[in-house]
Design a binder for this molecule. Structure first.
Ligand code: NAD
Length: 375
């Protein structure tokens, strides 16, 4: 542990996959450092002693030849990454001194990815010792997993690396780690925070859809059928054109909504998932949500909502909290808080907390944050 003054306290993060979500996080950190008094766009301006600007990227890994070997700030705008809508031209760069390193490819880059990306020269050392050394040297507190959807093996590989290196793991993607007892028990035993799985974006389709189905239940309306169709133009959506990579994404997105509705729903009447790639949308995502139900005396009720959001900043607004809470949990040696923050901020939290309403999860994490303020 470093002797640090409160102002110097940093959340040292390692970034796995320097795509659009990482870009939004980096530019967001720069934005809040540039204007430390700004509170707009943040659920928690402070998490314990940490501001949004306290998040410090200290290591990053990718496989794209256009990103590996570059300073992180340059890599964030390289390869297939798009403008994510944060006005960064006047912002002080973040991660300029960090060189993006080559991670293992494993199942990270699928067929769609390989159409558009050239892999950097391969890195043969798959035993992980070199990466653990890189993590220790750069003193990473929290590893942020931003691999493409369908990276099952690669995500498990990195979760094991987090355990071996002794850092917290935030799993932003729909591969089940925090949801699995196997991993949850091992992180608990190691007293390391494990937060995940699959970011529930700040004001995203999942959060909105959960609120709607909860409202149906609260107001005595029977929900008969629902869909949530999602389109976007970034690389995440392009990768999701490969159907074979989508099983856990569909499960994560569907269960996030059905868990919020306390009655039975026929799975045949629920259709939720990524739907198409529309190139000209860029980093904009559109979600079309429809709910059909029956109200008083069986009278029909229909609801259609369209949500248009900047996809990647919508994820960064969540990760900025998850990273800081993971660090605070490390400081407090209280890895158990991870479950509540997973329920509040992620689509597929551990089963034990998956059905608690968002408001309850929010209140619990709020109480945990203020309860230990003095520590
Ligand atoms: N709102 C959101 O944007 C949102 C919400 C929920 C979940 N997610 C998930 O977060 C993840 C990241 O999203 P994104 O938009 O940044 O994706 P992206 O496709 O822009 O970025 C993925 C990055 O991973 C790199 N990569 C591929 N294989 C790798 C490997 N083996 N090792 C290291 N790096 C590798 C790619 O080169 C790329 O830089 C995706 O799985 C996405 O589904 C995003």
């Amino acid at each position: 542990m470093n002797p640090q003054t409160p102002q110097d306290r940093k959340v040292r993060v390692g970034i796995i996959g320097v795509g659009n979500c990482a870009r939004a996080l980096l530019e967001g950190i720069a934005f809040y450092r540039h204007d430390p008094a700004a509170t707009e766009g943040l659920m928690h301006p402070r998490v314990g002693p940490y501001t949004a600007g306290s998040v410090e990227p200290v290591a990053a890994w990718d496989v794209d030849a256009e990103k590996v070997g570059k300073p992180l700030w340059d890599a964030r705008a390289a390869g297939q990454n798009l403008s994510v809508g944060i006005p960064w031209s006047d912002l002080p760069p973040v991660g300029e001194d960090v060189t993006v390193m080559r991670g293992p490819t494993l199942d990270g880059a699928g067929t769609r990815y390989r159409e558009r990306m050239e892999l950097a020269p391969d890195w043969p050392n798959y035993d992980g010792a070199e990466i653990i050394e890189q993590i220790r040297e750069s003193r990473v507190d929290v590893l942020l997993n931003y691999l493409p959807v369908g990276s099952q093996h690669a995500t498990e590989w990195w979760a094991q690396i987090a355990l071996d290196a002794g850092c917290a793991f935030v799993n932003n993607i729909p591969v089940f780690i925090a949801r699995k007892d196997y991993w949850r028990d091992r992180f608990r035993q190691a007293r390391l925070p494990l937060i995940g799985d699959d970011i529930k974006s700040q004001l995203g389709a999942t959060y909105l859809h959960r609120i709607i189905v909860q409202a149906f239940a609260d107001r005595g309306i029977t929900l008969d059928r629902t869909y949530q169709l999602n389109v976007g133009g970034n690389m995440d959506f392009y990768n999701m054109l490969e159907d074979a990579r989508l099983a856990s994404k569909r499960e994560s997105k569907s269960s996030a909504v059905t868990d919020a509705y306390p009655r039975e729903l026929d799975p045949a009447n629920v259709h939720i998932g990524p739907s198409d790639h529309v190139a000209w949308l860029g980093d904009t995502k559109k979600a079309f949500i429809r709910c059909e139900g029956r109200g008083f005396g069986g009278a029909p009720i229909e609801l259609d909502v369209t949500l248009t959001v900047p996809d990647s900043p919508n994820s960064a607004g969540v990760v900025i909290d998850a990273a800081r809470i993971a660090k605070l949990a490390l400081d407090r040696q209280d890895a158990a808080a991870a479950d509540h923050v997973s329920a509040w901020l992620f689509k597929a939290p551990p089963r034990a907390v998956a059905s608690i309403p968002d408001q309850t999860a929010k209140d619990r994490i709020g109480a945990w944050l203020t309860g230990g303020e003095e520590r």
